[in-house]
Design a protein around this ligand. Structure first.
Ligand code: PXG
Length: 289
């Protein structure tokens, strides 16, 4: 396996960062998770835009232009001869000293690109739907660490993930500090009610997921009415269908939330249709390599 590290390729065993890297010391950095299907990188430009926007907010100057970064992603896929892959793009503040001060990193961020196989939820969950719960850990306040920043500091989500796993579930709903549904630990959430598609807006502390955007685009093309508005657990429990979206998970049906069956308790028709339509675009849209 060839890993891209600061402009060079190295073997997995040699792909190491310094113990003084502020990505390790403080989670000071940003990342993206991207997919390639059949030699097409899905929504590459959108992921690169989100990466650079996250970096801009934390005042991290990435030492490559956006075009150079796209090329580095493609070069890494080619070097690994992968036609289908999960791509992890990481940019840290770089090597500094033991203080917080990012100026000590001397403007030399660490850029890493890892390409690997994707780890999906078990196939059975896509067929039968998954059961999720709401967990106590709430989403970060936008005025503290804004959830739009895809930063290397994922403790908020990891705490929520642990609560889900400890209770025997794969994924969990995180509420925001006001108690409204925000998203899941690594996926966005949608519900279907009376033929309309509903998902929480970004102001709920919801990451603007690339898969979420792709589903909204698909809905628009297929004349499905979409509402981005506040939802409570009550709306989720009483929805006709529910599903999650994410780069790794794609679209996965949810059939039970906090012990309440959603709709018929089976994956819904609109969810199945969107899964089909989503699969069709991943096989044909994207940056070719
Ligand atoms: N919300 C959060 C908090 C995420 O981290 C998504 C939604 C989905 O966004 P995209 O753009 O992928 O449609 C994410 C991204 C994991 C894992 O191991 C998940 C993500 C990132 C890194 C790891 O579950 N999800």
């Amino acid at each position: 396996m060839k890993i891209y590290m600061n402009g060079k390729f190295c073997e997995k065993e040699d792909a190491k960062v310094s113990v003084f890297d502020h990505g390790l010391l403080y989670g000071d950095g940003v990342f993206e998770g991207i997919r390639a299907y059949n030699r097409l990188v899905f929504k590459l430009k959108e992921h690169i835009v989100r990466l650079y926007e996250s970096a801009h907010t934390i005042m991290l100057k990435i030492p490559l232009t956006r075009d150079q970064m796209c090329k580095a992603v493609v070069d890494t896929l080619k070097a690994n001869k992968l036609s289908d892959a999960y791509i992890r793009l990481i940019v840290t503040r770089g090597v500094g000293d033991l203080g917080l001060d990012p100026r000590k990193c001397y403007g030399k961020p660490t850029v890493i690109i890892i390409t690997d196989s994707v780890s999906l939820y078990p196939e059975k969950l896509y067929r039968e739907g998954m059961e999720i719960i709401t967990v106590p850990t709430v989403r970060n306040l936008p005025e503290a660490v804004n959830p739009q920043i895809k930063s290397l500091n994922y403790l908020n989500n990891i705490m929520a993930k642990m609560e889900a796993v400890n209770a025997g579930y794969n994924e969990a709903i995180m509420l925001n500090a006001l108690g409204y549904v925000s998203e899941c630990t690594g996926d966005n959430i949608f519900v279907v009610k009376a033929g309309h598609l509903i998902t929480p807006p970004q102001c709920m502390g919801t990451l603007r997921g690339i898969t979420r955007d792709a589903v909204l685009e698909l809905a628009e093309k297929n004349k499905i009415t979409v509402h981005e508005h506040v939802i409570t657990r009550h709306e989720v429990y009483n929805s006709d269908e529910c599903f999650l979206t994410g780069t790794a998970a794609e679209i996965i049906p949810v059939v039970k939330v906090d012990g309440r069956a959603i709709g018929t308790g089976k994956p819904g028709a609109m969810t199945a249709d969107l899964i089909k339509k989503f699969k069709a675009i991943t096989g044909k849209d994207g940056v070719k390599y």
